[in-house]
Design a protein around this ligand. Structure first.
Ligand code: SF4
Length: 349
């Protein structure tokens, strides 16, 4: 049995900003132990100050300024027994999503080839399971081997994972495992009841235990308070080590789900969330994920300024829309942003 390599640093609560050790511009990003109050203090900075600090951090840790393109394929859609309140794939919600079986290997590899041809450098495979069975792991392992052989980075999101399953996926060549914390611990029960916060932390530990990289983030705009957004980012930033990839989703309310009528989050608050993620997890790839389409070009540009440096690209993002690859390429070109793949050859897409 491998030892879990992940630990959580305790959260310390500081009553007011005046209790901060120095000001928030001190070198907190390398301290690795963020209090919720410290993160709230970042959120509360004047917008331009926050953006400046985030951009400084970004340029320090990502001097190339490149953007990673990740394509997500739903290899098994719908029919999920969980009750995540935002998710159209939960079987219990009437959302019109049809449950499909696990895709065939050849079809997955065709999609991966297309993603590579379109410029993607990471291929993520998502399955709507509570947790995979061992026979599912065998099939997904074959997909991972095939995708890896195409020269793509591989990521999978299959639900809760045991260490032995993580080991099998890692041996097949899996680079990243995605499992999101979704939100803060105290807001979590408002959204999900069929698995606990600790279950999620355990899966992340199991992934770390076999030496795989972690992709872990969540969704904002589900009705949580700013303090809860700060607590969510504190949990991520205080994971030791913090995730290599941090997808930040903007809720897409889907008819039929409990969050269908949720009022949209102020776009500037979303940009602030990206900036705070960048400052508190300076080496992570911060990914704009679901909900990007609704943000429009200007807000996405601000997110890149705030330190986002990865996007889901060119394929349907599970069952919600994702901007077409052409629109993405045009936006990145207009902003003068290079992609991770093209960065070495200094080619603008
Ligand atoms: S988010 Fe994942 S686990 Fe939750 S209902 Fe959707 S597919 Fe199932």
């Amino acid at each position: 049995m491998l030892d879990a390599q992940i630990t959580e640093k305790p959260l310390t609560f500081i009553k007011s900003q005046s209790d901060l050790p120095g000001d928030v511009d001190s070198d907190l990003e390398t301290s690795g132990a963020w209090s919720v109050a410290q993160i709230e203090a970042l959120f509360a900075l004047p917008f331009n100050d926050l953006m400046f600090k985030a951009q400084q951090t970004h340029q320090t840790y990502f001097p190339d300024g490149d953007v990673e393109l990740a394509t997500l394929l739903s290899i098994k859609t719908g029919g999920c027994p969980e009750d995540c309140g935002y998710c159209p794939q939960a079987a219990r919600y009437d959302t019109g999503v049809k449950a499909n079986k696990l895709m065939e290997l050849e079809d997955v590899l065709e999609a991966a080839k297309a993603a590579k041809a379109a410029g993607s450098n990471r291929f993520c495979m998502g399955a709507a399971w509570r947790e995979p069975k061992d026979r599912d792991i065998e099939k997904v392992a074959a997909m991972i081997k095939g995708v890896k052989a195409l020269g793509l980075e591989t990521c999978a999101t299959l639900g809760m994972l045991e260490t032995t399953q993580a080991q099998a996926l890692q041996e097949a060549g899996l680079d990243f495992y995605n499992h999101n914390l979704d939100t803060s611990e105290d807001f979590y029960r408002s959204v999900i009841s069929t698995r606990g916060y600790q279950d999620r932390l355990d899966t992340i530990s199991n992934v770390r235990a076999v030496g795989m990289s972690v992709c872990c983030g969540g969704i904002v705009g589900m009705g949580e308070s700013r303090e809860q957004r700060a607590a969510f980012l504190a949990r991520l930033a205080n994971l030791s080590p913090y995730p290599e990839s941090v997808p930040i989703n903007h809720l897409v309310p889907v008819a039929g789900t409990p969050l269908a009528e949720q009022a949209p989050l102020d776009p500037l608050e979303f940009v602030r969330t990206i900036a705070v993620a960048r400052i508190t997890m300076p080496r992570a790839r911060v990914r704009l994920s679901a909900g990007r389409q609704e943000l429009g070009r200007a807000v996405q540009a601000m997110c890149f300024q705030a330190g986002a440096n990865s996007i889901f690209y060119g394929e349907q993002l599970l069952t919600t829309g994702n901007p077409e690859a052409e629109q993405d390429r045009a936006l990145l070109a207009d902003l003068g942003l290079k992609t991770k793949q093209s960065c070495k050859s200094e080619v603008l897409i």
